[in-house]
Each structure stands twice: as C-alpha cells, then as structure tokens.
Design a protein around this ligand. Structure first.
Ligand code: ATP
Ligand code: MG
Length: 229
C-alpha cells in the first residue's frame, strides 16, 4: 500500500461516494407502517396508496408477512398454524418471508424509483419477537440486518393506540398473534414506543386513537415532508 499516495486513496473513496449518491438519486422511497394489531395499518396504507395514485406518483402497497409468492405460504403458517410454534421458529419464518420479499419485490420496485408502502416490516419482528416474546433485541436486530440485505426504510410510521381500543377494533376472527392477550399487546406498544425513541430520525409516531380521517391527515403530513408533496 505504501506506493499509493494518500491523496489518491482519498480520491478513490470520494469517487465511490459520488457513484453511490448517483445510485441513490434514482432510488424510490421505502416507507413502512407499524403498530400493534388493530391500530389501523391496513386502513391507512390503503388510503395513502389511493392518495399517491391520485397524484400519479408511482407506488406499490405490500405487506409482511406475505408480500412475495413464497411469503403467501409462510403467512398462512405464521398466522393460522394451529399447533405450537417455538419462538425461534416463528422468528426465522418471519425473516425468511422478509428476505424473499426484499429480494423479489421491494428492491426491484425501489430500483424502478417507486414509493414502496409496506404494512409491517423489520420493526414488527423487533416488537413482537423481541419485546413481545422476550427474545434478545440485539440478536433480532442482527438477524433483521441479514434479512434486509442493506435495504432499510427511509421512514417508518408507528400508529400508536391504547391497547384496549385496538383490541375492541378487532371484531372478526382473530389470527394467532391477534389472539394473544392484552398484556402481550401492551408489551408491543411499549416496544414500539421504545423503537421510536431510539430512532427519532426514521421513526415517527402518529396518534391512532383519533378518527380515521385525522390519523390519515397526520400521516400524510409526515409523508409529504419526505416526498416533497
Ligand atoms: N382510527 C380508527 N378509528 C376507529 N376504527 C378504526 C380506525 N382505524 C381503523 N379502524 C378499524 O379498526 C379495525 C382494524 O383496523 P386495521 O385492519 O386497519 O388495523 P391493522 O393495524 O391493519 O390490524 P392488523 O395488525 O390486525 O392487520 C378495522 O375494522 C378498521 O375499520
Ligand atoms: Mg392489517
């Protein structure tokens, strides 16, 4: 190395930085929506998609688990498998779903410059399997990192709602995770608030105790700032 001048090394590093920033310019935006069951993610993401469609902003709405073809099979297992599932098996199933989703759906859409709206992503695993099921947070973070292959959300909206209110909203037949008791859902809520506190730039909390329209207005304001709408 001693025969390469220091100034040349700096030039090479700067050139790579320039190339990466050029690549970034073309990339779309990755926005994830999080919060405990019944907080309103599906309701709001569908409204946001319509809003972007009306403005002719190219976007896709996707979800986890089940955003890829393989994921559709994994979702059935994750939400409806009737026999016991170990905490570790559950975590790895979510991560397999995520890895496939990132590679075959999210990454290609971002490379085409689209806005990717994703109903649940890495923070769900952190909240449910980490805070909810008491698995080591740092381990989950490490596993998430492997699954996403460096593709991280530009913005994450956490819909924060009283656990009792969210439970009351879930009137249909409950899936495996929704059927967990109120204590579990309180742990999730606290987990999400902690995640937001630790990632203030990326994660924004929206008060989801309000009516659907007000929640939408608050959310679109935050998204508008990111997208310069
Ligand atoms: N702000 C709100 N006020 C009152 N009811 C709401 C609100 N947002 C959503 N709902 C209703 O609550 C129920 C659950 O909402 P939704 O399915 O959007 O939640 P979710 O976060 O996607 O839940 P899950 O995690 O189980 O998929 C739906 O019947 C929906 O119409
Ligand atoms: Mg939903």
């Amino acid at each position: 190395m001693h025969f390469i001048k220091k100034s040349n090394i700096i030039r090479i590093v700067e050139y790579y930085g320039f190339l990466r920033s050029m690549k970034k310019e073309k990339r779309g935006y990755f926005i994830t929506f999080e919060g405990a069951d019944g907080c309103g993610k599906t309701t709001q993401t569908e409204l946001i998609k319509k809003y972007l469609d009306n403005k002719n902003i190219e976007n896709i709405l996707t979800r986890e688990p089940g955003g890829s073809e393989l994921g559709v099979h994994l979702r059935k297992i994750l939400l409806h498998y009737e026999k016991p599932v170990s905490n570790i098996a559950e975590t790895f199933l979510y991560l397999a779903d995520r890895a496939q989703h990132i590679e075959y759906k999210i990454k290609p859409a971002l490379e085409e410059g689209k806005i990717v709206l994703c109903d649940r992503h890495t923070d769900s695993t952190l909240a449910y399997q980490g805070y909810g099921r008491n698995q080591d947070i740092e381990t989950i973070q490490g596993l998430n990192k492997i699954a996403v292959n460096s593709i991280l959300p530009d913005l994450t909206i956490v819909f924060d709602v009283e656990s009792e209110t969210a439970q009351k909203r879930l009137t249909g037949e409950k899936d495996r995770l929704e059927a967990e008791g109120i204590e579990f859902h309180k742990k999730l809520r606290a987990g999400y608030l902690d995640i937001a506190k630790k990632n203030p730039k990326r994660v924004k909390i929206v008060n989801a105790n309000q009516g659907i329209e007000q929640v939408f207005n608050d959310t679109i304001k935050i998204i508008g700032e990111l997208l310069n709408l």
